[in-house]
Design a protein around this ligand. Structure first.
Ligand SMILES: Nc1nc2c(ncn2[C@@H]2O[C@H](COP(=O)(O)OP(=O)(O)OP(=O)(O)O)[C@@H](O)[C@H]2O)c(=O)[nH]1
Ligand SMILES: [Zn+2]
Length: 387
């Protein structure tokens, strides 16, 4: 089981037809994500520690009992420092932390600490402390794995009952999926490097008949990103481009809570009016926290939090998106320079970091409505959007 080297590109090599089937680190992260999502234990091994963990979502006493029996010790709740701060436990930054509670906490108590929808009903027990965890430790990376799984960033974890170096063998002997912390931390970037076009078709749009859609799939079979190319953009001049993050509620249902639907259709219209350009439809729903967590964030916003505080209450950063897949797709399509339709300065700096030059920012605003006016104001005030 060799971890993917940080500089490897692409992650999967041409298979040797007579070599036995090997599972790459990328594939193993995919397996670990699937296990965590179905409530199964996963082993995450760092250089000096290894934990066996389950998602804290829907935790009950039976799950907790099974984990204790498997690991041979009492598990602890691992969350992000953001979540710990919300619980009024001083923790710097936004990285992973272990909560140390007095006595023997019940599954219900832990679940309420992990899940903001119930935290208010049961305050943090006095005497609770936090221990920051290195992001690249087994324990720390297990919280990142929960984020990759688009679950709440909270796991119940116990140390593996063997030294870290033997953890992968221990997992194998117990029929558990195991993953190295390094592979979890590298996952986003390895994923972007390993994107490849897998399907393409002409899709005439109303108002933009010369349109094609190109689908890009990560090699682990993860969710596809789409490029919508209108006309024939000239790769030698900066192409009019929009990076659009998926928004099921806004794009498909026409939700008035955000501006996504108008931004999506508006961008396609603007590109069509100019004759050529590209819209990347990026599978990073809810600023990268996933649809289910976005719905949870909406509920918190209905109780008075703004869009940034709601994310943080759930334990996430205000924006969990990465743009290396977008840069990779642009390069694949032959575009190195873009005129970017956005109000979000982070998109511009992220593309520059990934060697795509943004020659111009094209403002992309639409009139507010009664339901999204607070959201748009929060984006300007808290996240630096330029309106
Ligand atoms: N977590 C969270 N995500 C939201 C909320 N409202 C909308 N979103 C998501 O925010 C993202 C908005 O994407 P974009 O419009 O591409 O990005 P942006 O940061 O607004 O930047 P520009 O539109 O380019 O200025 C989508 O993934 C939506 O699903 C919210 O209240 N909470
Ligand atoms: Zn939206």
């Amino acid at each position: 089981m060799t971890p993917v080297p940080r500089s490897a590109a692409p992650a999967r090599e041409t298979p040797d037809p007579i070599a036995p089937y090997t599972v790459s680190a990328l594939d193993r992260v995919g397996r670990a994500v699937a296990e965590l999502r179905r409530g199964a234990p996963v082993v995450v091994a760092g250089p000096g520690d290894a934990v066996v963990c389950i998602s804290a979502e829907g935790l009950d006493d039976a799950m907790m009992g099974r984990l204790s029996a498997l690991a041979g010790s009492a598990p602890a709740l691992l969350v992000t420092a953001r979540r710990a701060s919300v619980l009024r436990l001083a923790a710097p930054g936004s990285g992973p932390v272990r909560l140390i509670l007095p006595g023997t906490p019940t599954a219900e108590r832990l679940n309420r600490l992990a899940d903001p929808e119930s935290a208010a009903a049961m305050p943090t027990p006095p005497g609770t402390t936090v221990e920051p965890l290195p992001a690249d430790s087994g324990a720390g990376a297990s919280v990142t794995l929960a984020k990759l799984a688009r679950l709440l960033p909270a796991v119940l974890a116990a140390p593996c009952p063997v030294p870290a170096l033997e953890a992968l063998d221990w997992a194998h002997a117990h029929d558990l999926v195991a993953i190295e912390a390094e592979a979890v931390l590298d996952h986003h970037e390895a994923w972007a490097r390993a994107l490849r076009p897998v399907g393409e078709a002409r899709v005439p749009l109303d108002g933009a008949e010369e349109t094609r859609v190109v689908a890009f799939r990560p090699v682990d079979g993860g969710i596809e990103h789409l490029a919508i190319v209108i006309g024939r953009p000239d790769p030698d001049t900066p192409v009019l481009a929009r990076l659009h993050s998926e928004c099921f509620t806004g794009d498909l249902l026409g939700s008035l809570r955000c501006d996504c639907g108008e931004q999506l259709r508006g961008a396609l219209q603007a590109i069509a009016a100019e004759g050529a350009g590209v819209l990347l439809y990026l599978a990073q729903e809810g600023r990268g926290i996933g649809l289910v967590n976005k719905l949870r964030a909406y509920r918190l916003q209905d109780e008075g939090l703004d869009t940034v505080d709601a994310n943080e209450q759930l334990g996430f950063d205000d924006d969990e998106r990465i743009y290396s897949p977008a840069a990779e797709m642009l390069r694949h399509l032959g575009f190195q320079r873009v005129r970017l339709m956005t109000n979000n300065p982070r998109k511009i700096s992220a593309l520059a970091r990934h060697r795509i030059e943004v020659t111009e920012r094209v403002p992309h605003t639409f009139p507010a409505n009664a339901h999204n006016v607070g959201y748009l104001r929060a984006k300007a005030r808290r996240s630096g959007h330029l309106f």
